[in-house]
Design a protein around this ligand. Sequence first.
Ligand SMILES: Nc1ncnc2c1ncn2[C@@H]1O[C@H](COP(=O)(O)OP(=O)(O)OP(=O)(O)O)[C@@H](O)[C@H]1O
Ligand SMILES: C[C@H](N)[C@H](N)CCCCCC(=O)O
Ligand SMILES: [Mg+2]
Length: 234
Amino acid sequence: MTDSHLPPVVLVTGTDTDVGKTVVTAAVVATALAAGRRVTAYKPTQTGVTPGEHGDMAEVERLTGATTVEGVRLRAPMAPRPAARLEGATLPALAEHVARVESLRVCHDLVVVEGAGGLLVELTDAGETLADLALALPDCGVIIVARSALGTLNHTMLTREALSRREIRQLGVVFGAWPAHADIIETTNREHLRALPEGLLGAVPVGAPRLEPATFRDASPGWLPGLAQRLGTP
Ligand SMILES: Nc1ncnc2c1ncn2[C@@H]1O[C@H](COP(=O)(O)OP(=O)(O)OP(=O)(O)O)[C@@H](O)[C@H]1O
Ligand SMILES: C[C@H](N)[C@H](N)CCCCCC(=O)O
Ligand SMILES: [Mg+2]
């Protein structure tokens, strides 16, 4: 495997909830589509939406036109385990998520999996996390979505350390919402993360989810040059 190899399963985690994982997932999907890949996205546990309500995968579909799959859906806007407890629901076991990803791989070159909140949020009744899902999948890598705000260095390094100590492959960091006029702190934080091993894959500009889907799709590879290069995007 070369450094430029992109695994067939990419897990998108964040340094926190609300950092832009869904929008980055859509940008990764759009970048892969532009490179001619058959790509889909999967959200194992979607919380904070009622039946019929627009969830994260619907947003990815709206922005990219790709088809997506949702695992379990829960109403409460909280972590999956307490949300399931409130509803008296059972969460799918890790093996079910692994099987779902494997089945999606059959017809796709790339499966992009979006976590819930950060890396160590529990996704199953047994307390397994997105990190455990990464360990259970044979050939995958993780993208970390970070905020551009002050505080992001610590949150990003904590997430990197949690991945490193589990020997989970890291693909790089993406800023979920990069301001048009970055201040000195944002700029120096960006340079700091760029200098790390794996470094920065890119940054999604503020306002990206409000773009017309066609514009979002066209612009995505330019936001993620580190990924577009590995995909051989024209
Ligand atoms: N680049 C951006 N510019 C402007 N708004 C953004 C951008 N990225 C995300 N947002 C907005 O910020 C909010 C949180 O983003 P998003 O839903 O992608 O977060 P998330 O990390 O996926 O959260 P969750 O843990 O719930 O899955 C949304 O309202 C989204 O539209
Ligand atoms: C409801 C929210 N938007 C996410 N889907 C779930 C975030 C879980 C975060 C749990 C935590 O770390 O406190
Ligand atoms: Mg999301």
